[in-house]
Design a protein around this ligand. Structure first.
Ligand code: P6P
Length: 349
């Protein structure tokens, strides 16, 4: 065969090859690489993650223009099942996750912080055997002041027949999650996920409209200087938590960081080490954070990164919920720092 003219030969320098390959390492490709498989299940998971990425892009676009648009910010005037005032962004983001899974044949049920009951996508049921559990906007208090926010997601297989109450979600613990992660809407938009094969981060390249691989197999430091908690709740805490806070106050080497959006705080801790706490209070011993679509997905990610997540007494991933919107105390982060908090809770020092 005639030799191609030199000018048509592909550039062989590594930089071009590396740059092109990096831009092609999208989330959907990465899932298949992780699974080392092109099986129908692998293709499903790849497609699921691709649609979650689309949700992230749609929410990121809305947030980036929110200050320039009418009717995007502020409150709806409604109160959600959690008893919290609903932001317009909460409703928009909730609808985005529903919309991206329509006509997918993948997800039949969605359970969200914003919906009292699970939502069933008619055309996807009963063929769609996956359930999406999500907090569409984590950190709603930050929406109107341009601070970091997140979305939290987990994917589970539907088990058995669902008669409209999603009872299978209430009979298994967080170790049944097949994928989990979060989208961080910050100076850049990042998507961090795990399918049980490590934790990997992607950064949205707006010029491509794609999440591009940033870091693979993230490992949390065994210890970090950061403790992240709302100290305004000090007066409501159990004495053991107060003692832990007094310990970090009098011990050199700790620094407080708390943003009001735990996705942002926990992402910082994933990279730098430390511990995030949202303990129970005397009036609400179960705390504020929800198990199924906030604490359990984050616990899956942090455990996969070598971290820990506990209620203070048991690992978050071992908790079987009794109700869809069950709350749980959460202590999550570097193993040594989580253990330090546990030591105060379990034996007072
Ligand atoms: P507080 C946001 O509503 C959230 O669920 C977490 O993202 C955040 O860390 C926490 O609640 C903030 O709650 O009571 O400190 O304002």
């Amino acid at each position: 065969m005639a030799q191609a003219p030199e000018s048509l030969e592909l550039p062989l320098n590594n930089i071009t090859d590396k740059g092109l390959d990096r831009d092609c390492t999208t989330l959907s490709r990465h899932v298949l690489q992780q699974l080392q498989s092109f099986s129908p299940d692998a293709q499903d998971l790849s497609a699921l993650m691709n649609r979650i990425a689309l949700a992230g892009k749609l929410i990121a676009r809305r947030l980036s223009h929110s200050g320039l648009m009418e009717g995007v910010l502020g409150f709806t005037g409604e109160v959600n099942v959690q008893g919290e005032s609903v932001k317009k962004m909460d409703v928009f983001a909730n609808d985005v996750f529903i919309a991206v899974f329509k006509q997918s044949g993948l997800v039949c049920r969605l359970a969200s912080e914003e919906m009292e009951k699970p939502y069933y996508i008619p055309e996807n049921c009963p063929i769609g055997r996956y359930s999406l559990l999500y907090d569409p906007i984590d950190g709603s208090s930050n929406t109107d002041n341009n601070l970091s926010l997140g979305s939290i997601f987990a994917i589970r297989q539907q088990e058995g027949i669902d008669h409209g109450e999603a009872t299978d979600l209430l009979s298994s613990n967080g170790r049944k999650q097949i994928a989990a992660g979060y989208i961080l809407y910050g100076p850049s938009t990042m998507l961090i996920y795990t399918i049980g094969k490590g934790v990997h981060s992607f950064t949205l390249d707006p010029s491509l409209g794609e999440f591009i691989l940033t870091e693979e197999n993230i490992q949390i430091p065994a210890h970090g200087s950061i403790y992240s908690v709302n100290e305004g709740n000090f007066w409501q805490w159990d004495e053991s938590i107060r003692e832990y806070i007094r310990y970090v106050h009098r011990t050199e080497g700790y620094t407080a960081r708390y943003s009001g959006a735990m996705v942002s705080d926990i992402h910082r801790i994933l990279l730098q080490g430390g511990v995030f706490l949202y303990p129970g209070t005397l009036p609400n011993p179960e705390g504020k954070l929800r198990l199924l679509y906030e604490s359990a997905p984050l616990a899956f990610v942090l455990e996969q990164a070598g971290g820990r997540a506990t209620t203070g007494m048991v690992d978050i991933l071992d908790v079987v919920p009794k109700k869809l919107h069950q709350r749980t105390p959460l202590i999550i982060g570097s193993p040594k720092d989580v253990a330090k908090v546990e030591s105060f809770i379990q034996n007072g020092h």
